[in-house]
Structure formats: C-alpha cells, structure tokens
Design a protein around this ligand. Structure first.
Ligand code: ATP
Ligand code: MG
Length: 559
C-alpha cells in the first residue's frame, strides 16, 4: 500500500529542478507561487502538502507565495471558511505577507476580458440548458455538436452578456461559452463555459455580481494578474492546461505564468474530499470540522499534532508526478518523532484500580523526584507524592498472569516508576468477582533502583499516582475514523467503513496533580500510554480533558 516517494528534507524534486533552470537561464529573476484554496470548506492534510510545496519553494528560492482565495462560486463559499483557511495556513507556519488575494478582486477585469473574447468572435451566449450542453459535448470517442447559438452576432452576444450581468435572467437560463473547437480531442476545449448566472451574495464582493466566472476562466488570468511564475496544482488539472494556455494566448494578459502538476496526497484510513468531510460534519458523525479524528488541519491541530510534525511529513513524502498512497502510519510516526523530543513526561492512570499499601502509615506523604524527560536533564524534574493509597492501571494487574506478564499479580512484585518496589498481597472483590481493590506492601529499602532489600531484581515497572493527590480527568482516546485503508474504494459508500470505535472516552482517569492546570499548548507523554494534550475547547482548569494525540508505538501493525 505504501509507496513513499522518498525525498530527504530539502532535497531535489522536479519542481526545484524546473525553478533552478528558470532562474539560471534568466527566464525569471525571482519566483512567485500561490496557494489557491476555494473557501468552500476547511483545509485538510492534502492541502498541507500543497501549502508546504508552494510556500516552501518561495522560501527556498527567495521568492514569495500568495494566499489566493479562488472564490468563484458563492453558492458554496463562506466567510467562516476564509477565516479558518487563513488561520490554518498561519498555524502551519507560513506567511503571505501583504499578498492576500481574492480571485473576486479581479471580477471586473475578468468581465472585460470576457467582453474582449466576444468582440473577437471567440465567445458566445448559450441558451441551451445544462443537460443539452452535456449532450452536445460528445464523448471521448465522438466529437461534439455545435450549438445553434454558436453563430450569434457579436452585437447580440454583447447585449445578452450585459443583461446577464445586470441580473435580467434567472439562474441556469444562459451561460457564456468560449468558441474554441467542438471536435477537440480534449473535451475541456469543446466550447467551455466561462460564466454562469448565480443570484447569490458573495462572501467577499457581496451583491455586486449576478454572473460568476468558472474556475478555468478565473484561474490562469488571476495567475497572470498576480505575476505568478509557477502555477503549481494537482494532476487532475493536467487536462485543463491547454485551456489555461488558450486563455493566456487569446487575452491581453500582463504576464505568462506556467502551470505544473504534481500528484495529490492520498492518505490511508481517511477521506479527503471536502464534500465528504462536510457530510461527516452535517450528519453529526463527527462533532465538527475540528473533530480530532478529522484529517482537517483544524482537527489534527485540536488533537495535538504540531505544525513541525506536519511539515516534516510533507517534506518526507516529497513531490512527484505519480499517484501514490501514503500510509497514515507515516504521518503518525512524524508526530511521534517530534513529540518524543519535546514532550515532558507525566504519569496518568487511565483505567484506575486502587492499591492500598498496608505497611505504609495512613496520613503520611513523601516525595520522589521524577525527571521531566529521561534523555534531557535540562528539562528538569518534578516531585511526585507517594502515600498509602495509590491508583494503578487495571491493565497492569492480572490475578492469573499470562505468560510473559511482568507486572502485578497476587504474590508478585513490581517497581513503581520513580518509587518503591511493592508486592501484591491480596485482592478485594465484589460478589460478582470484579476486583475492587488491591492490597500490598512496600519495600522501604527499594527507594532508588530496581532491587529489593534482599537484592532481588524486579522486572516490571508500572506508573501510578497517589490517590490523595491525583486530579480526576476525562481522557479521549482517538483511533482511525475508518477501519478500511481506502474508504473510497470502488465508489462504495465510504460511510460503511466508519470505525465504530474511533473514539473512547474515559471519564475517571487519575493524573498527577500538576496536570490540573496544564497549558493547552503543552503536549505531554503520559508514560507508557502515548502523547496527550488538553483539549483546547473542553478542558477547564481543575477538570482537565485530554486528547490522545498518538500512541507510543504503532498499534495497527498488530491488528
Ligand atoms: P475538493 O475536495 O472539492 O476536490 P480541493 O481539495 O481540490 O477540493 P481546493 O480549495 O481547490 O480544494 O484546493 C486548493 C489547492 O490544494 C489546490 O491547488 C489543490 O490542487 C490542492 N490540493 C487539494 N487536495 C490536495 C491533496 N490531497 N494533495 C495535494 N494538494 C491538494
Ligand atoms: Mg479543487
């Protein structure tokens, strides 16, 4: 499944080679790229690839990158999306400076160019409806048929197009088409639609327009207006390139941008089409665009992924021209690599069971010093409380140990991380046989190290917290949203592959006391459990809610 187009950080790819040559040959003295989202949804991890490519090339070659909203369809676009896109590009660590642009800022110029095409006899107003236009278009093997309206006079076209703009006609009643070639082998050249009538307010230009340009008519010309040198897009636009160039060839544009295509990111165990992501939100399958299970930047950000990890991932997968699938495990590995280095350690008991140390005096407390990072003494240490009653994870106890189980059993011994060696002397159960409480003794001689008073070595080490000092927290364990590597396969309904266990909420977790006031921007490693951060929306001082960002190891290898 995984087919990583390997590229070392900062290494070469075909786009760098092209830009290098263009700069060396003097074709360009500097480069200008752009990231051109349509504000009709939230950005996802696939967009991150495009953002890193466009802003990354501009950074590395001393050029600039524009953020451009390709806002040509007001029916689907909203200010909320514009705001979230800006915020998430910034979060990823990129800055467009003064170059925030909107395709809609050029609507007047685009309109004039449409009029120019009409005047040149290269565009006409079409009265056929959408269905008829489709039928006339022909197929891959059959030429299309010319519309009866194709031969309208320039005067009639100018009149009708002006009235389209003035709002005289209802939605869908007419369009403006380029007059290119109904027999062109590339269907995109069979008199493509340039303008359609949409009576809807636009999030950026308000009520000014009743007609809106199509993406193809806006994109290249906007590139030219912004003096973009390298217009980088995904491979599905390759067949649009002749049209992109036709407009540049047939209009008095101020510059000559070039389009280059790269393979989009496909990631396993998720969907990335905005339509489907929106559906997940609208159907309430997830809690919102920023649900921590979503592949949106808002989602992975809330979950606790760092921009550094996402950028490292985009660097690692590289830029190629062949379609490939990237295993989401690679993204998770990048997150682990980043967090392992930076995350302070803490102890958290997710499924608590009480352990009473019978030979420790009630009411007594002592402190142990615990390093905040095992490899980084410069990150300091903290003191943790020990007392008679502790919480340990129920997973760390087995009444009847299975083979290879080195943690706590009745009659067995285990080392408490940074604390004493303790033995388990008994179990209290309810009538159904459910374990309610464990009892044990501590070995006073084992304060430091993993040896008992009589010199025996203990194999297992478990985490714990003092019951009297712990803070109770909710912890959300996230898993993949889908249980199939490709929920989109075969055009099947992707929803049948939803993972019913994609989130597990544990409401009675016991954490080290200092985590009660954890900063939402700090990511912790809960020892032996994974990486966690306070949920920025739901966590409150004193009653924290933690998101699991990623497990310590890839648990899916086993599944
Ligand atoms: P949709 O999901 O409706 O197909 P889109 O994701 O293509 O829309 P745009 O807003 O048009 O949405 O995308 C902005 C830019 O991001 C485009 O240049 C597009 O090529 C790029 N992009 C989108 N998806 C990916 C992806 N999976 N991998 C890399 N780049 C992507
Ligand atoms: Mg798109």
């Amino acid at each position: 499944m995984t087919n990583v187009e390997q590229a070392a950080p900062g290494s070469n790819n075909f786009l760098r080679t092209i830009i290098d040559e263009d700069l060396k040959s003097g074709k360009h003295s500097g480069i200008v790229t752009r990231f051109p989202p349509e504000p009709n949804g939230y950005l996802h991890i696939g967009h991150a690839k495009s953002i890193c490519i466009n802003f990354g090339l501009a950074r590395d070659f001393g050029g600039r990158c524009h953020l451009r909203f390709d806002d040509t369809n007001p029916a689907k676009e909203e200010q909320e999306y514009i705001d979230s896109i800006k915020e998430n590009v910034r979060w990823l660590g990129f800055d467009w400076g003064e170059h925030l642009h909107y395709a809609s800022d050029n609507f007047e110029q685009l309109y004039r160019w449409a009029v120019y095409l009409i005047e040149q006899g290269k565009a006409y107003v079409e009265d056929l409806n959408a269905e008829q236009i489709r039928a006339y278009r022909g197929t891959l093997t059959e030429a299309g048929t010319e519309s009866p309206y194709r031969t309208r006079s320039v005067e009639e076209n100018l009149d009708l197009f002006g009235r389209m703009r003035a709002g005289e006609f209802p939605d869908g009643s007419r369009v403006l088409r380029a007059k290119i070639d109904m027999a062109a082998p590339n269907i995109n050249l069979r008199d493509p639609v340039l303008y359609r009538i949409i009576h809807a307010p636009h999030p950026h230009v308000g009520d000014a327009w009743k007609i809106y340009p199509m993406y193809d008519f806006a994109h290249g010309q906007t590139d030219a207006i912004e003096q973009i040198t390298h217009s980088i897009c995904t491979l599905e636009f390759e067949s649009h390139k002749p049209l992109y160039e036709w407009f540049l060839d047939n209009l008095p544009v101020p510059a000559r941008p070039r389009q280059y295509e790269f393979a989009r990111l496909n990631l396993t165990y998720t969907v990335m089409s905005k339509r489907k992501l929106q559906e997940l939100v609208q159907l309430g399958i997830v809690s919102g665009w920023d649900d921590p299970r979503m592949p949106t930047l808002a989602g992975i950000r809330r979950r606790g992924y760092t921009p550094e990890a996402v950028r490292a991932f985009c660097e690692m997968i590289g830029v190629g021209r062949s379609d490939s699938w990237i295993d989401v495990a690679i993204l998770e590995e990048c997150v682990r690599a980043d967090l392992n280095d930076a995350a302070p350690r803490a102890m958290a008991v997710l499924r608590p069971i009480k352990l009473v140390i019978d030979n420790y005096p009630a009411g007594q407390t002592e402190q142990f010093q615990a390093p905040n990072h095992p490899q980084k003494p410069e990150m300091g240490s903290r003191s943790i409380n020990f007392s008679r009653e502790l919480w340990i994870d129920s997973d760390d106890f087995m009444e009847v140990p299975s083979k290879g189980f080195h943690r706590l059993t009745v009659g067995g011994e285990v080392k408490l991380r940074c604390g004493y060696i303790i033995s388990c002397t008994g179990v209290v159960k309810d009538d159904d046989g459910t374990v309610l409480e464990l009892h044990g003794d501590y070995d006073p001689a084992s304060r430091e190290g993993i040896h008992t008073a009589d010199g025996r070595k203990v194999k297992g080490v478990i985490h714990w917290v003092s019951a009297a000092h712990a803070v109770t927290a909710e912890v959300r364990l996230f898993d993949r949203l889908f249980s199939d590597p490709n929920p989109d396969r075969g055009g099947a309904d992707y929803r049948q592959f939803l993972n019913p266990h994609s989130v597990e909420t544990l409401s009675d977790c016991k954490l080290e006391a200092f985590l009660a006031g954890a900063e939402t921007e700090t990511r912790y490693q809960f020892e032996r459990q994974g990486y966690f951060r306070p949920d920025p929306k739901d966590s409150r001082p004193g009653s924290p809610v933690f998101n699991r960002i990623v497990t310590l190891r890839d648990v899916w290898i086993k599944k």
